[in-house]
Write a protein that binds this ligand. Structure first.
Ligand code: HEM
Length: 433
C-alpha cells in the first residue's frame, strides 16, 4: 500500500535512512494521512519470514499498542523490527530469553524480581557514586582538552574509537557520553573494578553491528554476547555461594519462584548491557548537541537547572526510534484490520513529535511541562525499567558539564550511527572553550 507523498520503498527502519537522519517529515505525512500504514519490506532484509509490518505513528496508537499486551505480543517475533539480514531463526529464538521479548505471565514473573534492583531507594543508593563518576568523567575530558594541542591527544574511549584531542577539541561521545551509562550498569550489578573494561568491550561490540565502520560482524557480536552472559552467570553463581549484600545477591539469592536462575540473570545482564548503554549514551550525545545548537537553552540550563530538562532531552533524542509487537488476534487499529500474526512497528520518534500531544514539538524546550513523551515506551508492562536511573545519569552528567565545561561549543557536525532502531551519534566534536 503506497502512502501518497512518501518515496517508493520508504521504510523508517532502513539503516541507510537512519544513518542520514530521523525521517520526521515522513512521520508527519504518515500521522496525517495513514497513521497505521502497511510498510512492505523486500524479502530477506529483516531476519523475519514475512515481508512487512504495520507502521504506527500517532502518539495515541503507540500507547494503545504498548498497553494491550494481550492483543500485541512482544514474544511472537521479538521487539526488534529489523534484525540484520544475516541473523538466523535460531538466534531470534535465543533473543526470546530476554525479558524485553517475553509476554505475561513469564514476563511478569521476571519483571517482578528484577525491579527490586530499580526501586527509588536502590537508585538513590547509587547516586553519590554516580555523581562522583560523572564529575570525574567531565574533569578528565576537561584536563585532556586543556592539554590539547599536545601531539596525539589523550587516547581513546571505551568503544575502541579514537578520542584524540587536537587543538582543544575532543570527541564528546567517546570522552563523555559513553562512560557514565557503562559505569552505572557496572555499579548497579556490582562488577568489580578490574573486570569493567571487559564488560565495556563486550557491551560495545553488541550494539553497533549494523554500522560497517565498527567492523563488528554478526559473529563478533554473538561471541561478545555469549562471553558477557557467561561472565554474568559466574557472578551470579559466586553471589549465590557468598551473598555480598548487593543487587546480584538479592536477585539470585536462592533459586525458586522469587529469584532468578543463573541463566536468567545472564540474559538480564545482557539486556542491561544493550538497553541501558547505547540508549543513555545517545540521549546524552543528542542532549549535548541540542544544547550547543540551541545556546539559549544551554544558558537557561546553566542558570536554572530545570528538573524538566532530562525528560525533554529524551523526547528530543528518542534514542529508541521504534520497537515492534505481533498481533495475537485479528484486531482493528486506526481504521485498519490487523490480522493475527501481523507485525506492528510502534514509532516512538513519531509519537514524540505528534502535534496532537505536544505544543510545537519541533522546539527543544527544557522547561516543557507536562511532557508525556514515549521515549521510555508507551506505558505498558515493558515500560523502561531503567528510566529513573537514565534520568539520574542525564541530570548528573549535564550538571557536571554545566559546572566544569560551561563554554563548550560545537566543533563539527555529528556523525550518525548506522542502525535500524537507534537514533545514534557516534562522533560529536566539541571545543572546550
Ligand atoms: C525497556 C528506552 C535506559 C533497562 C525500554 C524500552 C524503551 C527503553 C523504549 C521498551 C519499552 C516498551 O517496550 O514498552 C530507554 C531509553 C533510555 C533507557 C531511551 C535512556 C535514555 C535504560 C537504562 C536501563 C534500562 C539505563 C538499565 C540499566 C531497560 C530494561 C527494559 C527497558 C531492562 C526492558 C523492560 C521489560 O521488558 O520489562 N527502555 N531505556 N533502560 N529498558 Fe530502557
Amino acid at each position: 500500500m503506497r502512502c501518497p507523498g512518501l518515496p517508493e520503498g520508504f521504510d523508517a527502519t532502513d539503516p541507510d535512512l537512519l544513518h542520514a537522519r530521523v525521517p520526521h517529515p515522513e512521520f508527519a505525512r504518515l500521522r496525517q494521512t495513514a497513521p497505521v500504514w502497511w510498510c512492505a519490506q523486500p524479502p530477506g532484509v529483516t531476519g523475519f519470514a514475512d515481508e512487512g509490518y504495520w507502521a504506527v505513528t500517532r502518539h495515541a496508537d503507540v500507547k494503545y499498542v504498548s498497553t494491550h499486551p494481550e492483543l500485541f505480543s512482544s514474544n511472537a517475533n521479538t521487539a526488534v523490527i529489523r534484525f540484520n539480514e544475516h541473523i538466523s531463526r535460531d538466534q531470534i529464538e535465543v533473543q526470546k530469553l530476554i525479558m524485553l521479548n517475553m509476554d505475561p505471565p513469564e514476563h511478569s514473573r521476571v519483571r517482578q524480581i528484577v525491579q527490586r534492583g530499580f526501586t527509588p531507594r536502590a537508585i538513590r543508593g547509587l547516586e553519590s557514586a554516580l555523581r562522583s563518576r560523572a564529575r570525574a568523567i567531565v574533569t578528565e575530558a576537561k584536563a585532556a582538552a586543556a592539554a590539547a594541542g599536545g601531539a596525539g591527544g589523550a587516547g581513546g574511549g571505551t568503544n575502541g574509537t579514537p578520542g584524540g584531542i587536537p587543538g582543544g577539541t575532543f570527541d564528546f561521545v567517546t570522552r563523555v557520553a559513553v562512560e557514565l551509562p557503562l559505569q552505572a550498569i557496572a555499579e548497579l550489578i556490582g562488577v568489580p573494578q578490574e573486570d569493567r573494561a571487559r564488560i565495556f568491550d563486550w557491551s560495545n561490540k553488541m550494539v553497533a553491528y549494523d554500522d560497517p565502520e565498527y567492523a563488528i560482524t554478526e559473529e563478533i557480536g554473538a561471541e561478545a554476547a555469549m562471553e558477557l552472559i557467561g561472565y554474568a552467570m559466574n557472578l551470579a553463581a559466586d553471589r549465590k555461594k557468598c551473598p555480598a549484600g548487593d543487587i546480584v545477591s538479592q536477585l539470585v539469592a536462592a533459586e525458586g519462584q522469587g529469584n532468578l536462575s543463573s541463566d536468567e540473570f545472564g540474559f538480564f545482564v545482557l539486556l542491561l548491557a544493550v538497553a541501558g548503554n547505547e540508549t543513555t549514551r545517545n540521549a546524552i550525545s543528542h542532549g549535548m548537541h541540542a544544547f550547543l545548537t540551541h545556546p539559549e537553552q544551554w544558558e537557561l540550563y546553566k542558570r536554572e537547572r530545570p528538573a524538566t530538562a532530562a525528560e525533554e532531552i529524551v523526547r528530543w533524542a528518542t534514542p529508541v526510534t521504534a520497537f515492534q509487537r505481533t498481533a495475537t488476534q485479528d484486531t482493528e487499529l486506526g481504521g485498519q484490520l490487523i490480522r493475527q500474526g501481523d507485525r506492528v512497528g510502534i514509532f516512538y520518534s513519531s509519537a514524540n513529535n505528534d502535534p496532537e500531544v505536544f505544543d510545537r514539538p519541533e522546539l527543544f524546550d527544557i522547561t516543557r511541562d507536562p511532557n508525556p513523551h514515549l521515549g521510555f515506551g508507551g506505558g505498558g508492562p515493558h515500560f523502561c525499567l531503567g528510566k529513573s536511573l537514565a534520568v539520574k545519569e542525564i541530570d548528573l552528567i549535564f550538571e557536571a558539564l554545566a559546572d566544569e565545561l560551561p563554554g563548550l561549543t560545537l566543533a563539527g557536525e555529528p556523525r550518525r550511527l548506522r542502525a535500524s532502531w537507534l537514533n545514534g551519534i557516534k562522533e560529536l566534536q566539541v571545543r572546550a572553550g
